[in-house]
Design a protein around this ligand. Structure first.
Ligand SMILES: C[S@@+](CC[C@H](N)C(=O)[O-])C[C@H]1O[C@@H](n2cnc3c(N)ncnc32)[C@H](O)[C@@H]1O
Length: 484
């Protein structure tokens, strides 16, 4: 059986990592895997990039044809329709298709959590630890326009990433909330499904091209396990009787996986079998380092990296019983302006500028928070009682002294309905100038000065300001992609 010293001899050292730390972390799992040598060599090889095509914005064949035209060669992921993998793709976020929201880059094995959750059209689902929102987006697409996703995140500095995903994907059925998932005061016993993609030590992400692997200190391991248990109990409290809770992590540690299920589930839920045809997995383990776990943890799935050439992942699908469970909630201290219904007038001004039939917009609801942004959402997507709402659908426009300024992703979303104030760029060089934030000289026949939708071929790129023979790019700085 290989041990830490063999890891050292074979040079299984992640760039810059303290050798003992890397080797010892993974050597402890060797008795759990079917092929220790294959496991260790998978950990040391680069991870393919994977992505899925956003059906709200692109047809898969059009997206693939574009990627092939820029030298990217995607292979379909056999077990997840619409997902693809690519080897050696260094900048998957640096294409026009990415900026236009045609695809989302997400680790292949992380897709399994939502497959296990199995969201159905029209359902109401909570994603308790949501940023950066890959799984939120998967769920939102599956529940569709009648469904609702509450995407909650505790870390303020990770909310913008979550919001950016919702906006870029063009999702109008998501409410983003800020709060600690352990105490978040959402209504209990009312949600069809709850996803807990828990914070963890992330051992399974070791193949990602990050600077170096650092084994989590023991204190952090203990803290995170206690957090995972509390979060799972809150997830169980939120789910309705008969509903589904999925618990997932991207770590190998049984202490953060089977042991958490064992400690948290009680009579409130049981781990049930689920299938993902076409994907290899190992069962959950029932004993580890002298501890034994409840027998149903065997129905969880462990995805070791060598089984499918992916990162490492753990997924358990839990069926909620009807045993009542209420966990502690805590009121939130953050005071933010509440979302309130917005007036139609600025929306109408926008509709007129861009030649959009007002009836096409009247099917949505518009919301205002503070006096800066106006948001658009589907009619059933409303502020929730008692929680801090940070996003309701997506921002449509910003109020400015020169009138309503459309937001980049809102223009992308509205693009198929836009009939006026459109600037078509002549070539790819002009498109790259625009997305990298540069102004350019340009005459657009029949376009009056003001805000415009900027397009290049099939891509709705975003908002520009046109006038006096110049097009100024209003691409937000965080999105600007530099050429090359
Ligand atoms: C594994 S990541 C989630 C990844 C996400 N589900 C996705 O697919 O894009 C865990 C997230 O939980 C957040 N988090 C940590 N502690 C939390 C808590 N107490 N309540 C809610 N979220 C928390 C972290 O900030 C992090 O964004």
């Amino acid at each position: 059986m290989p041990d830490a010293s063999i890891c050292r001899q074979r040079g299984w050292q992640k760039r810059g990592a303290p050798l003992a730390s890397w080797a010892e972390t993974f050597a402890q799992y060797l008795p759990l895997v079917d092929d220790p040598s294959a496991f260790l060599s998978a950990l040391s090889s680069p991870l393919p990039v994977s992505f899925w095509v956003n059906p709200l914005k692109a047809q898969p064949e059009v997206c693939l044809a574009y990627l092939q035209s820029v030298g990217v060669v995607p292979e379909p992921v056999s077990w997840y329709p619409g997902a693809y993998r690519v080897r050696g793709w260094e900048r998957p976020g640096a294409t026009l298709a990415f900026l236009a929201g045609w695809y989302y880059v997400q680790e292949e094995i992380a897709l399994t959590a939502v497959v296990a959750l199995d969201p159905q059209p029209g359902e109401r689902i909570v994603d308790l630890c949501a940023s950066p929102g890959g799984k939120t987006a998967q769920i939102a697409l599956k529940v569709g326009p009648q469904g609702l996703v509450v995407a909650n995140e505790a870390q303020m500095d990770r909310l913008s990433g979550l919001r950016a995903t919702v906006d870029r994907m063009g999702l109008l059925n998501v409410v983003v909330t800020w709060g600690d998932g352990r105490w978040v005061p959402l209504a209990e016993g009312q949600w069809d499904r709850v996803l807990l993609d828990a914070p963890c030590t992330g051992e399974g992400t070791v193949r990602k091209p990050v600077k170096s692997f650092k084994a989590a200190p023991e204190g952090f391991r203990r803290t995170v396990q206690a957090l995972q248990k509390k979060l799972l109990q809150r997830a169980l409290a939120l789910a309705k009787p008969g509903g589904v809770v999925v618990y997932s992590t991207c770590t190998f540690s049984p202490d953060e996986n089977e042991a958490v299920l064992d400690a948290a589930l009680g009579d409130w839920g049981y781990v049930e079998p689920f299938e993902i045809p076409g994907l290899q997995s190992a069962p959950g383990i029932t004993a580890w380092q002298g501890k034994s776990f409840r027998p149903d943890v065997v129905h969880a799935k462990r995805f070791w990296p060598h089984l499918n050439d992916t990162g490492g992942f753990f997924v358990a699908r839990i069926r909620r019983t009807d045993v009542p469970l209420a966990t502690e909630t805590r009121p939130l201290s953050r005071k933010t302006p509440a979302f309130a219904p917005a007036s139609w007038e600025p929306v109408d001004t926008l509709a007129q500028r861009f030649g959009i039939e007002p009836e096409l917009l009247q099917r949505y609801r518009f919301w205002q928070r503070g006096n800066r942004l106006l948001w658009v959402a589907l009619p059933h997507v409303r502020p929730l009682e008692g929680v801090t709402v940070e996003g309701l659908g997506m921002p449509l426009l910003q109020h400015t002294p020169r009138g309503p300024k459309p937001k980049t992703f809102a223009l992308q979303f509205l693009a198929p309905r836009i009939r006026a104030s459109v600037v078509e760029l002549a070539d790819e060089a002009a498109a790259w100038r625009f997305v990298s934030g540069q102004s350019q000289n340009l005459v657009a026949e029949g376009v009056s000065p003001g805000y415009v939708l900027v397009r290049f071929g099939a891509f709705a790129l975003g908002c520009g300001l046109y006038g006096r023979g110049q097009l100024h790019s209003l691409m937000p700085k965080a999105l600007q992609v530099q050429v090359g």
